[in-house]
Design a binder for this molecule. Structure first.
Ligand SMILES: [Zn+2]
Length: 240
């Protein structure tokens, strides 16, 4: 039985490696999702700012058009001065000129206000661009690298699974089935533990003396009552 236990121990070493690679492989899609989410947030913020600026530029252009019309109107009305016949008409004309001038001044103020806001937003946009554009590229690169890593891990695992099959073929089915059952219910990928000085090194529990003696004799498979690992006498390791 000791020979079988040694084989199980080799299998366990391989399975630990497989477990680590599988864990690593499993964690990558989530990492990529997080990166994609961050990229989305940053791109969203940039889009929002650029859009806001574009809308204000449009508003400004509308007002510039209105102002141009207002200035044309002012020119036109000033040209009418020669046609004035009396004081009343003159007064009315002056009032109209005043109104147009006031209107044009208001529009002009609005344009300046929009320009100030756009300038402010451009500064903000530039700051965010400086901060995020590089980061977005970096995250995108990381996602690509992760996809490559997944391919490599998958290939490595396929090779490990083949190697595992070779290992398993050399182990008695009844022994292997027991090992496999424990492995499948284990949360850390471990099904084997060394036993030394009456202690299970898998979980550090002190083993009942009669159980420890059975383990030392290695006549059959014994499991730790606490962590359920198959117990292997420690000299099994030393004799390797
Ligand atoms: Zn244990």
């Amino acid at each position: 039985m000791l020979e079988e236990l040694k084989k199980l121990k080799d299998l366990q070493l391989l399975d630990v490696q497989i477990f680590e690679k599988e864990e690593e492989l499993d964690s990558i899609p989530e990492q990529n999702e997080i990166l994609k989410e961050k990229i989305g947030e940053m791109e969203g913020k940039l889009h929002e700012l650029r859009n806001g600026i574009a809308i204000q530029e449009e508003e400004k252009m509308k007002r510039v058009e209105i102002l141009n019309k207002g200035e044309d109107k002012l020119k036109g009305i000033t040209g009418k001065q020669s046609a004035i016949r009396n004081k009343e008409e003159y007064g009315a004309l002056l009032r109209e000129i005043d109104n147009i001038k006031r209107f044009n001044r208001d529009i002009s103020d609005e344009i300046k206000e929009i320009e100030r806001e756009v300038e402010f937003k451009n500064v903000e946009l530039k700051a965010i661009e400086d901060e995020t554009v590089e980061k977005i590229a970096e995250y995108k690169k990381k996602i690509e690298e992760n996809i490559e890593k997944m391919k490599t891990l998958d290939e490595t695992l396929q090779k490990m699974y083949l190697k595992r099959e070779e290992f398993v073929e050399k182990i008695r089915p009844v022994v292997f089935r027991k090992y496999q059952r424990i492995l499948e219910s284990s949360s850390n990928g471990k099904a084997i533990a060394d036993a030394e000085n009456k202690i299970c090194l898998g979980c550090n529990m002190t083993l009942p003396p009669e159980l420890f003696n059975m383990v030392l004799r290695s006549e059959r498979i014994e499991v730790c009552p606490n962590c359920q690992c198959i117990l292997i006498p420690c000299q099994c390791k030393e004799s390797e």
